[in-house]
Ligand binder design. Structure first.
Ligand code: ATP
Ligand code: MG
Length: 389
């Protein structure tokens, strides 16, 4: 049992001793039953936020208006949320407010899918009002209640369904799927950052091709930028989110700037994607390419060439990179000062060109990384070449 679970049990016991019902809810219950690793452990309770706070010495108000208090147990944070129902939804995303209730069944009813509407008591007893356990066993994603209403309320749930297809390899139950098709257009109301977050999870999921297929079959793909064609995602396994975005950009025929703009990706990701796409487009990689690109960029570009059945790069990129005479520009034995001293010309664009020619020569092994050798090479190759022109 991990740290989080231990802390959650402590929290539940404390609440129960004080006379309040408390249960584990959400992804942790689902993932435990599936024997998958889980990350965040959420506790739900009949106790009101103020009642939770008096029971524990250390708490943080992380979302008290929604009923969530973070309880710290020996440095481990557990989110404890008061049972609640939601008021009307007017923006297809967030309820206009929440109402605290004392009844677990009502809390579970507001949850998106039956597999996410399971609760577990501290003693391990499962609370299953909506058939979540049998849906889990059958590998079915089914909306709680009327699917059409649930997606109309909160359109993000549709994308969550597709993301779970990718993560779990499940199928979406027929009525639930039909309701997504019906409301796919409401995806336009969802902030692009939220869409990005779901795609982040989808791209690195074990059944990504199935998730991409679900995007297309539910027509959700019609309301977001890019191409969703599962044929391109067969046998694709991605661990790093930014590799996912680079591949998505490639199959969508987007350049880095386009995909970054469409999904508000961070600058760092945009740069990574740009470097990867440049390498993917190159049939053969020069030694200097191995120098400039990071291992991550090289590996990503190599993988993408393989997934796309382009001529594969068969080199062990890490070994090639490690074998280069220098790994970074800082290791170059000379700098601008040296070059200026050798060549009596005003500082100008030539200096940058000269340094990059020197770098290239050192990286490829044409000249040893030594001041005197570089100087000899430079005077011979650069100055004389120039003089001849
Ligand atoms: P993950 O593995 O991504 O954490 P999760 O199911 O735990 O999956 P969370 O976003 O952590 O997802 O949400 C916790 C729980 O809250 C869900 O299991 C579900 O019961 C409920 N929930 C989350 N988002 C929604 C939503 N948009 N509509 C209804 N219920 C939701
Ligand atoms: Mg979760």
């Amino acid at each position: 049992m991990n740290e989080q679970m231990q802390a959650a049990k402590h929290v539940m016991h404390k609440l129960e001793e004080a006379g309040y019902e408390a249960v584990l809810v959400g992804g942790a219950v689902r993932d435990m039953l599936l024997q998958r690793p889980f990350h965040d452990v959420d506790v739900a309770t009949a106790a009101l936020p103020e009642e939770v706070k008096v029971l524990f010495p250390k708490t943080v108000d992380v979302g008290i208006e929604h009923g969530t208090v973070l309880v710290l147990v020996d440095g481990v944070g557990i989110e404890v949320t008061t049972y609640r129902t939601e008021l009307a939804y007017s923006d297809h995303r967030r309820p206009d407010g929440v109402q605290f209730v004392r009844n677990l069944r009502d809390d579970l009813q507001r949850r998106d899918f039956t597999m996410n509407a399971l609760a577990m008591r501290a003693n391990g007893e499962l609370v299953d009002y909506y058939g979540g356990e049998s849906d889990l066993q059958a590998g079915v994603i089914r909306a709680v209640g009327n699917a059409s209403e649930r997606f109309f309320e909160d359109a993000l749930r549709m994308l969550r369904a597709v993301r779970f297809v990718g993560q779990l390899g499940f199928t979406i139950e027929k009525k639930t799927e039909a309701a997504i098709v019906e409301h796919a257009h409401l995806l336009q109301h969802i902030a692009i950052e939220r869409v990005q977050m779901e795609l982040n999870k989808l791209f690195v999921s074990p059944f990504v091709a199935r998730g991409i297929a679900a995007m297309r079959q539910t027509q959700l793909s019609d309301y977001v930028a890019g191409t969703f064609n599962e044929a391109q995602w067969q046998h694709v396994h991605i661990e790093d989110v930014q590799v996912g975005w680079a591949y998505f950009a490639y199959v969508s025929q987007f350049d880095a700037a386009e995909v970054a703009r469409a999904y508000r990706l961070a600058n760092k990701e945009k740069q990574f994607i740009a470097q990867v796409l440049t390498l993917v487009a190159k049939e053969t990689w020069e030694t200097i390419d191995y120098f400039h690109a990071s291992i991550d960029v090289l590996r990503a570009a190599q993988a993408i060439r393989t997934w796309q059945s382009l001529a594969p790069i068969t080199e062990d990129v890490q070994a090639v990179k490690a074998s280069l005479p220098i790994q970074t520009k800082d290791e170059l034995a000379v700098n601008g000062q040296h070059v200026m001293a050798w060549h009596d010309e005003k500082r100008g664009p030539w200096l940058k060109d000269a340094l990059s020619a020197i770098l290239q020569a050192v990286v490829t092994g044409d000249v040893q990384n030594d001041v005197q050798r570089i100087k000899d090479w430079f005077m011979r190759e650069w100055i004389n070449e120039r003089a001849r022109i």
